[in-house]
Ligand binder design. Structure first.
Ligand code: DP6
Length: 329
C-alpha cells in the first residue's frame, strides 16, 4: 500500500481554491510508552501501540503561503537550505498533496521548544503542517483523519494532533486507517514535565534510521513489542487511577528498555552521554530522598522529568536549568 493510495481514501477530490495564507500550531509530545519499530515503513505503521503526553504551548507554529517556483523554509527566523532534512522531508510530504505541479509553499515555522537539543522531534512540525494544509486546501477533515495523514509524515506526529494524554492505536489494517491517535479522558492538573537539556550537539543518528537499524540488528528487539503491549496497558490503567508512582516507574522502565534494544544493536546506537547517566543517577538520588521524580529519554541524550507540582522546588534545586511544562494548565 502506498501513501497516495491511503490519501485518496481520506482527502476529498473536489476542493475549493486554496486560501491565501494560514497558520496552525501543534504541541510537541513526549512518549511515556515508546513507538520504536514499524510494521510498515512506507506508512509509518507501528509494531505496537504507544502513549504520550502533549506539551501544551510548547510545539511548532507554521504559516503556509502558496508561492512560485519552489518551496521555501524559514525556521525560527532563519532561512533553511532546501537540502536540509526538515525541508526535504516537508517538501516530500507536500508532494503528496499539491493541487498541481506548480503549487509551492512558503513555510515560516517557529518552534517554541528548544530545537537544537533533540527536544523538538519532527512530531509537532508534521502535525502543524497537516493542520495548516487542512485549512489551506479546504479538506475539512476531522482530527482522527488528520492524525492518519500526519503519521505519513512522521509516526509520532499522529499523537501531536491532541492535547493531554494521547494513545496511538496500533491497528492491523494494511492501509493503516485503523492506526490513529486519540486523547485519553484523564486530566491531571498537577502533573509536570521537566525538560533537561544536557547537550546541544547534533545527534549521531536520527530516530527513523536508529529505529530501523535496531529492529533489523538488535537481538533484544524480539522482546520489545510484547514489553510495550504490557507497559501500554499498565500505563493506561495507572493514568486512569492517577497512580503517579506506577506511571513514573512504567515510563522510566519503558524508556530504558527501548535504549537497551539500541545498545544491543550492531553496531550499537548510543544516545546516552556521561551527563545523561549522571542526570539519571541524580533523579534516583532525589527519589531516595523523598522527591518523587522519574525520567524518560528519547532518541537523544536529554532527559525529560516527570513529577508533580509539590516536588518542583526539590527538582529546580538539583536541575536549575530545567524547563517546566504543565501539560494540563
Ligand atoms: C524515540 O516519529 O521520529 O521519539 O515515524 O520514522 O518519523 P518516524 O519516527 P519518529 O520516532 C519517534 C521515536 C521516539 C519514541 C516516540 O516518540 O514514541
Amino acid at each position: 500500500m502506498t501513501k497516495p493510495e491511503v490519501i485518496a481514501q481520506l482527502v476529498p477530490k473536489r476542493l475549493p481554491a486554496p486560501k491565501k495564507t494560514v497558520t496552525a500550531f501543534a504541541p510537541s509530545n513526549i512518549a511515556l510508552c515508546k513507538y520504536w519499530g514499524k510494521r510498515d515503513a512506507e506508512l509509518n505503521l507501528p509494531t505496537a501501540p504507544s502513549l504520550s503526553i502533549s506539551l501544551g504551548r510548547l510545539g511548532s507554529e507554521v504559516t503556509l503561503t502558496p508561492c512560485a517556483d519552489h518551496d521555501r523554509y524559514t525556521l525560527n527566523g532563519r532561512r533553511l537550505l532546501p537540502e536540509c532534512v526538515f525541508a526535504r522531508r516537508a517538501s516530500a510530504f507536500f508532494d503528496l498533496f499539491r493541487p498541481h505541479k506548480q503549487f509551492f509553499l512558503e513555510v515560516v515555522a517557529r518552534n517554541t521548544i528548544p530545537t537544537a537539543a533533540g527536544l523538538a522531534s519532527s512530531a509537532s512540525g508534521f502535525a502543524a503542517l497537516t493542520l495548516a494544509l487542512n485549512d489551506l486546501l479546504g479538506w475539512k477533515l476531522d482530527r482522527r483523519k488528520l492524525s492518519i495523514l500526519a503519521r505519513l509524515g512522521s509516526g509520532s506526529a499522529c499523537r501531536s494532533l491532541f492535547e493531554g494524554f494521547v494513545e496511538w492505536r496500533v491497528g492491523k489494517a494494511a492501509d493503516g486507517l485503523d492506526s490513529f491517535a486519540e486523547p485519553l479522558p484523564t486530566r491531571w492538573p498537577d502533573l509536570r514535565v521537566g525538560l533537561v537539556v544536557l547537550s546541544k550537539q547534533e545527534k549521531p543518528i536520527g530516530s527513523r534510521d536508529a529505529m530501523a537499524h535496531t529492529r533489523a540488528t538488535s537481538p533484544l528487539y524480539a522482546a520489545w513489542p510484547a514489553t510495550v503491549e504490557r507497559d501500554f496497558a499498565a500505563l493506561k490503567e495507572a493514568i486512569r487511577r492517577r497512580d503517579f508512582t506506577r506511571l513514573g516507574e512504567l515510563a522510566e522502565g519503558n524508556a530504558l528498555a527501548m535504549h537497551a534494544t539500541m545498545l544491543a544493536a550492531r553496531p550499537a546506537v548510543v544516545y546516552c552521554l556521561p551527563e545523561s547517566l549522571e542526570a539519571m543517577q541524580a533523579v534516583r538520588a532525589l527519589r531516595a530522598d523523598g522527591c518523587e521524580v522519574y525520567f524518560t529519554m528519547d532518541a537523544g541524550p536529554n532527559l525529560k522529568l516527570l513529577f508533580r507540582k509539590p516536588d518542583l522546588r526539590g527538582i529546580v534545586k538539583r536541575f536549575p536549568e530545567v524547563q517546566v511544562v504543565a501539560p494540563f494548565a
